[in-house]
Design a protein around this ligand. Structure first.
Ligand code: GRF
Length: 240
């Protein structure tokens, strides 16, 4: 297996199974990109606060001025910036501006948390394989908007949350972790969304921690992570 550190995969969206990439970040400073409510941001901040996640949030960037997540960031003493896309000539320039804000705060890992824009080349190149997203479905099912509504409409019996690496596609990058929930006949978009959100808030900080620990690698499209230390400790007595 060839070990390379490359940005080709994230920007092109093509993955070779002959290439293995160790997923790491140069530091534990997070940049969180949001567009709205910011409950996943809050879950990340909470996990840091209670000691479940060894990281800090160095910067929150929103493309919406009225995003509640900006209020949550500032309340937690985290720098929150609003960047208006209309101030930039095109989408690439806008993403280049986000990348320089993140770099100026020495961000090591970028977490999209309800950021309602496709990520463009300047940002992908600045953080190759170091941008995560959380999506409220079991990808590759139901990418894009209203994933919970799509699942209900389709008649899915199981849905859930996915954390994936971000590439140039829509919710298309390699899957890092997923958590499933049942879909009940009585569900509405609201009840299903609430059930999935509980899993999102649990899963996202956990996956961020694993990435920061450098325990995951990319083989083709597959993200393979070492078992958590506690899991290998649990296995030891049976192995002996
Ligand atoms: C979440 O459901 C997330 O999966 C999706 O957008 C929503 C954002 O919610 N990408 P919040 O802003 O984190 O509360």
């Amino acid at each position: 297996m060839l070990a390379v550190s490359s940005l080709a995969t994230a920007t092109s969206g093509t993955y070779s199974s002959r290439v293995e990439i160790r997923l790491t970040a140069p530091n534990r400073r997070l940049g969180v990109l949001i567009s709205g409510r910011g409950s996943n941001l809050q879950a990340i901040l909470k996990a840091i606060q209670v000691g479940d996640l060894d990281a800090s949030v160095a910067l929150v960037v929103s493309n919406r001025e009225d995003a509640m997540g900006l209020v949550h960031a500032r309340t937690a003493g985290v720098k929150g910036e609003y960047l208006n896309s209309r101030d930039y000539a095109n989408r690439d320039d806008y993403d280049a501006a986000i990348a320089s804000l993140l770099r100026a705060r020495s961000v090591g890992l970028v977490c999209l948390a309800g950021f309602m824009r496709l990520v463009r080349r300047p940002l992908l190149e600045a953080f190759p394989n170091r941008i995560l997203n959380i999506h409220p479905s079991l990808l590759p099912a139901f990418p894009g908007l209203d994933a919970q509504g799509q699942a209900l409409e389709h008649g899915a019996k199981v849905s859930g949350a996915t954390v994936h690496l971000v590439d140039a596609g829509l919710d298309a990058g390699p899957i890092v972790a997923q958590s499933a929930v049942p879909v009940f006949d009585t569900d509405t978009v609201d009840t299903l969304s609430a059930r999935i959100l509980v899993e999102e808030h649990r899963l996202y900080p956990q996956v961020i921690g694993r990435l920061l620990d450098g325990t995951c690698r990319l083989q083709g499209r597959r993200v393979i992570c070492d078992p958590p230390a506690s899991a290998s400790a649990r296995r030891l007595p049976a192995d002996n």
